[in-house]
Design a binder for this molecule. Sequence first.
Ligand code: PHE
Length: 511
Amino acid sequence: MSDEPKLLESGPPAKWNRRSAFILAAIGSAVGLGNVWRFPFVCYENGGGAFLIPYLVAIITAGIPLMILEFSLGHKMASGAPISFAKARKNSEWVGWLMVMVGFVITAYYAVIMSWCFNYLFHSFSLGWGNDPGAFFTDKLLHLSSGPGELGGLNWPLVAGLALTWIWIYFCIRKGAKSVGKVVLVTVPLPWLLLLILAVRGWTLDGANVGLNFFLNPDWSKLLDPGVWLAAYGQVFFSFSLAFGVMITYASYLPRKSDINNNAVIIGLSDAATSFLAGITVFSTLGFLAVGSHHTVAGVMESGPGLVFAVYPTILNQLPFWPGFFAAIFFIMLLTLGIDSAFSLVEATSEAWVNKLGLKRKPVVITVCVLAFAFGLLFATDGGLYWLDIVDNFINKFGLILGGLFECIVLGWLYGARKLREYANRYSEFKIGRWWDFLIKFFTPAILVVTFGMDLVKTITEPYGGYPDWALFVGGWGVVALVFMLSFVFMRIRANKNQALAGGQGGGTDG
Ligand code: PHE
């Protein structure tokens, strides 16, 4: 244990004031737009009801184990992601920076999507998108240009929504765990309540059965397709907010005697339950649209922005009563769903710099918010949607997957899965066994390597989304390369002395 650092004597970081504050904050991060616009579609595409089996297997074999890994690391080292990695293993700080940088890029565009939601909320009561919501979205709201090469000017309503989003984010995380703990008391239960209201609204519409059958009708033959299993793992990684440094940072604010394993199970299952509820809501409502318009459910369904900003408003238009009210509920739900995911990423970035340079929180948080806002302006131009799509695809495929892979290698192999397992078990009600080491050292890395290989081949053989090569080169490979380069540069920056020498709570000495 000689490579383990000494106990930190100086000022402890702010802590969660209740266990529920941590659980809610982690659920808030996990539950986001991904649950509403990604899960239902992925589930439907990969075998419907039968997909729930690989999905559950992915949760048990990778989602929850990796969450336990991140919780143990953050809790033990009591630092944000980069310094936690630095304390675990010399020269591995860059892995933490990689995660944090991937998260930073994601927040920059996640906030732009929230800006769209603000704009839609503004138009909700009057159903301002009119009779052709698809055209409203691309033409009126986004002023979408002809391609990534034509940026056009800034789109001011989007910039206004973006500014509003960033001010909101700033106020949520201004005081770290203290303010986040209060905010999540609202931003976690509220979207759930709204989702329930929309689910009931969906169930009671004509055609709901048609949609639900379509969603859940199991296609067992799909279970033989390895692509379906990989899709389940991909969905779980993104949805559980793993490999972004968020869960490491949040766990670092936990008081010393905290149950790690139970928390991970509660948080994971809550996220999965939300996805399922979102699936029911989305598909029962799609069934209504399909039956009303004499189309098949497949004919009216879309994933991603299309689902939320074109298909859903079309449905809202046709609701028999209070369409404006349900529209507002829908967009408030998306905003409250998204905000705690967005600020969890900002928190992870800010805490990383606070740790590294030993700076005060406030100026760091402001700087991160301003920089991410400035970066986000790119996505608030007329060509912004194209760049958002490219960056999103590449950073999730390559940044996220490689981040997760290096995390397993450094923590599972170089630091030692056993040490973290023993640490996780210390105050946990149920204990994890040696099988967990196997999952972290062999199983999850193998899944990530295969996924990475398949994505790489696909990306090289067919240009993503039919975009021109130069755009994929700049916004795709370029951004991924920049994120990697900066991770190494940041590692080289001289650290704040206290942090560099300090160990986390527990620091190995009292284990
Ligand atoms: N898990 C969030 C979602 O499902 C997205 C997210 C990813 C949030 C990474 C934080 C970190 O939408």
